[in-house]
Design a protein around this ligand. Structure first.
Ligand code: PLP
Length: 396
C-alpha cells in the first residue's frame, strides 16, 4: 500500500484569509451598499509597466515566425535575463556570475523547492511574525522548527541570541511587519550563520521598496554572505508580476556546506525537475531591468510609497505605535486599547468599514498587532486613512 507523507497531518488549517472574507461578507450582507476600504490585500493594484508590455508583445510575435521561434529554454533561465539581473546586482556593487542566478516562476515556488537541497534532520529557525510558507513548507518536509518571537521591544528585528539552527529564514523588508534590517544588523546574522555553519534563506521579495541608504537590498552587499546565503527574489511586488509570475533565486558558488557546493546541486535539481520559465515571460522580465523599465516600475512603487505615507501619517496623528511603511509596503501597528487582533478587525470594520489583516495570522507573537497593506488604489487608501482618523477614536 502506498505510504503518504504524514507530515501533512501536522499542518494547521489556515483560516486567516477565509475568516477575513467571511466576516467582511457578513458585514456587507448586513449593510448593503456600504463601501468597504480594503487595506488587507497583499496583491498589487498597478498594472505592468509599458516597457514590460511591449517586450511581452514582441516576444509573442517572435513565437509566430519560424526564424524567431523559441522552443525549450535553458532550465535555469535564459542568458539574456540572467545577465541582465547580474548587471543589476553589479550596479549595487554585488558581483555575481550570471549562472549563479536561477530564473523562477516566483518566490512562492522556490520556498518549497529549495528544501530539496537539505536533509530531513536540519533544524529550521523562523523569526515570527512570519510569512506562513516558511513554517508550512518545513512542516511538510518534517524539519524541526524553532520559532523565535520578535516584538515591539526590538522593533520586530530580532538579532542572533545564541540559539542555533541549520537553516535560518530572514525576510527583509519583512512581510508582515514592514521592518527592515540595517547593514550592521544583517551583518550580525551573516557572521552568526558562518560561525555555526548554517544556511540563511534570505527572502528579498520586497527589496525594491527600500528607501534608506543603510538598508541593504541584497544580503550579498555584506561581506561573507555569498558563503552562507541563498537569496530569493520576486518580480511580483517589484514590477507587478503577481499574475504574470517570474522571479529569481541566487545560489552562489561560494556557498559550501557539508563538504559540498550547493550551486551544482541546485543546477542538477532544476535541470531534473523543471523545463524552465516561458520565453515570453523572461523577455517581459528582462524589460524590468532596462533603464526605461526601472524608471517605470519605480513610478508604480511611488504610488504604494505614497499610500504608505498617507496611512503612516494617520497612525501618527492617532498616536498608534507602528513599524514599517518606509522601506516596505506594509505597516504593522499595535492594536489600540489593548484589543486582540480579531477584536480590532471587527472594530475597524464596524466603525470605519476598513479591512486589514489580524497579526495573529502570522504567528502567536503577532497577537495584539495588525497589518495594513499599501498596495491598494490611492483614492481608496486616502479615504481609508481619513476614515481611520475620523471614526477610530483611541481610548487609551
Ligand atoms: N515571500 C514573501 C515574504 C511574500 O510576501 C510573498 C508574497 O506575498 C512571497 C514570498 C511569494 O511571492 P511570489 O508572488 O513571487 O510567489
Amino acid at each position: 500500500m502506498v505510504q503518504l507523507n504524514h507530515n501533512y497531518q501536522n499542518l494547521r488549517d489556515s483560516y486567516l484569509f477565509y475568516n477575513i472574507s467571511q466576516r467582511t461578507a457578513a458585514y456587507q450582507a448586513a449593510h448593503p451598499g456600504q463601501p468597504i476600504y480594503r487595506l488587507g490585500i497583499g496583491d498589487v493594484s498597478q498594472p505592468l509597466c509599458p516597457a514590460v508590455i511591449e517586450a511581452l508583445h514582441r516576444a509573442v510575435d517572435d513565437q509566430a515566425h519560424k526564424a524567431s521561434f523559441r522552443g525549450y529554454q535553458p532550465e535555469c533561465g535564459t542568458a539574456f535575463l540572467r545577465e541582465a539581473i547580474a548587471r543589476h546586482y553589479g550596479s549595487r556593487g554585488v558581483s555575481l556570475q550570471a549562472d549563479e542566478i536561477f530564473i523562477t516562476s516566483g518566490a512562492g515556488d522556490e520556498l518549497g523547492n529549495l528544501l530539496g537541497l537539505f536533509g530531513p534532520d536540519n533544524r529550521v529557525m523562523v523569526l515570527e511574525p512570519a510569512y506562513p510558507a516558511y513554517v508550512d513548507t518545513n512542516i511538510m518536509a518534517g524539519h524541526p522548527i524553532l520559532r523565535r518571537s520578535a516584538g515591539q521591544e526590538n522593533g520586530f528585528l530580532p538579532l542572533p541570541d545564541g540559539q542555533t539552527a541549520e537553516l535560518i529564514y530572514l525576510c527583509s523588508p519583512n512581510n508582515p511587519t514592514g521592518a527592515a534590517y540595517t547593514r550592521a544588523q544583517l551583518q550580525q546574522w551573516v557572521d552568526f550563520a558562518n560561525e555555526i555553519g548554517a544556511v540563511i534563506l534570505f527572502d528579498a521579495a520586497y527589496e525594491a521598496f527600500i528607501q534608506d541608504a543603510d538598508v541593504p537590498h541584497s544580503i550579498y552587499e555584506l561581506p561573507g554572505a555569498q558563503e552562507c546565503a541563498i537569496e530569493i527574489c520576486s518580480l511580483s511586488k517589484t514590477a507587478g508580476f503577481t499574475g504574470t509570475r517570474c522571479g529569481y533565486t541566487v545560489v552562489p558558488r561560494a556557498l559550501v556546506r557539508d563538504g559540498q557546493q550547493l550551486h551544482p546541486m541546485w543546477v542538477r535539481d532544476r535541470t531534473t525537475k523543471t523545463n524552465g520559465v516561458s520565453y515570453i515571460l523572461q523577455r517581459g522580465a528582462a524589460a524590468v531591468f532596462t533603464p526605461e523599465g526601472q524608471r517605470q516600475t519605480q513610478a508604480a512603487l511611488a504610488v504604494y510609497r505614497e499610500n504608505a505615507r498617507v496611512l503612516a501619517e494617520a497612525l501618527d496623528r492617532l498616536g498608534i505605535w507602528y513599524c514599517g511603511g518606509r522601506n516596505a509596503p506594509y505597516l504593522w501597528l499595535r492594536c489600540p486599547d489593548g484589543l486582540d487582533s480579531w477584536a480590532f478587525f471587527d472594530r475597524l470594520l464596524e466603525r470605519a468599514q476598513i479591512v486589514g489583516v489580524p497579526g495573529a495570522g502570522f504567528g502567536a507573537c503577532g497577537e495584539g498587532f495588525f497589518r495594513f497593506s499599501a498596495f491598494g488604489d490611492p483614492a481608496e487608501t486616502r479615504e481609508a486613512a481619513a476614515r481611520l482618523e475620523s471614526k477610530l477614536t483611541v481610548e487609551s
